[in-house]
Design a protein around this ligand. Structure first.
Ligand SMILES: O=C(O)[C@H](O)[C@@H](O)[C@H](O)[C@H](O)CO
Ligand SMILES: [Zn+2]
Length: 299
């Protein structure tokens, strides 16, 4: 049996931490604070966080093959040059929906950037329903819409054989799978592989491990759960010292550590004093399982 240890990294919390991604070259964890409008980079070498402020809610960050990063900012796909602190718009989506913003995003094994949108929240998990869509940014910088009617676009990762795409629309309380065509980036045959239990609350960010099992951060559930997508069974629950756990990824040397982001938005004074670590990023060691390195965007 491995012994699990959970600690906070950096020194400050986020309003709505999300989209953790390991940057091997920098030995650093990238993540965003969506409502805090910041892209953050925590160095595992110095334990310092550098942050770049942006002019709109920034909901996901990904590596780019040519170096630097790509982000979803408001309803834009954009390039981020870290040293120069320069943001360049690549493409706008949902132009007819001024109240929308992007939410979670991740790069597929072929280097395409998948990200979905949602209506801006009135408060956490309260928003105009069915306003979001799922998009892909291709390497030639063209954008395709897969489907609409999404409440809160979340999840996402791909199976180890690249034949399945896993996706979460949070308010469906379901983890879904699609058949995936790696050649074209097309998805089809949507089905549910796991329905969350009441105490698990709302499924949010997700990542896959090297055994092909899914890890889902449970918003308001204060935990990450490990699921077997083949059997639809929950294999493990790891509780965290905060309720609003938002997303997870593997990182560190050999991708044997798990990083979990969290949120403090929507908590009152009393809640914050009970959970002073709300909004912090957690490092979990001793899970005894490793993750898959993130794919960089190839455009
Ligand atoms: O980061 C996200 O995915 C959303 O932007 C968040 O607002 C919360 O996670 C959501 O409220 C929980 O459902
Ligand atoms: Zn999320």
């Amino acid at each position: 049996m491995s012994s699990i240890k959970i600690e906070c990294i950096g020194s400050e919390g986020n309003r709505l931490g999300e989209s953790p991604v390991w940057d091997e070259k920098e030995s650093a964890l990238l993540y965003v604070d969506i409502t805090g409008r910041k892209v953050c980079r925590w160095s595992s070498v110095t334990n310092q966080v550098q942050a770049i402020s942006v002019d709109a809610p920034v909901s996901s960050v990904a590596l780019r093959k040519s170096g630097d990063y790509i982000i979803t900012l408001g309803t834009r796909f954009a390039a981020l040059k870290w040293k120069e602190q320069q943001v360049t718009t690549i493409e706008h989506v949902d132009k007819d929906k001024p109240n929308n913003r992007f939410n979670d995003g991740k790069v597929d094994p072929a280097g395409r950037y998948f990200a979905g949108t949602m209506a801006e929240e009135i408060r956490p998990a309260v928003l105009e329903r069915h306003q979001g869509s799922l998009y892909t940014l291709f390497s030639n910088l063209s954008v395709v819409k897969h489907f609409n009617q999404v409440d809160i676009s979340n999840g996402l990762d791909w199976s180890l054989d690249h034949k399945t795409f896993f996706y979460i629309d949070s308010l469906s309380y379901s983890v879904d799978a699609f058949d995936y065509d790696l050649q074209t980036g097309k998805i089809g045959n949507r089905r549910s592989i796991y329905k969350l239990e009441k105490e698990e609350s709302i499924p949010d960010g997700m990542c896959i491990d090297t055994e092909g099992k899914l890890w889902v951060a449970c918003y308001d559930g204060g935990r990450v759960i490990r699921l077997d997508p083949e059997t639809g069974k929950r294999l493990q629950t790891v509780k965290l010292p905060v309720d609003k756990t938002t997303s997870c990824c593997f990182g560190g040397k050999d991708y044997s550590e798990m990083y979990v982001t969290s949120a403090s938005d929507g908590m009152d004074k009393e809640g914050l004093s009970r959970q002073p670590q709300a909004g912090r990023v957690f490092k979990i060691t001793g899970l005894g399982v490793k993750g898959v390195p993130p794919y960089p965007f190839v455009g």
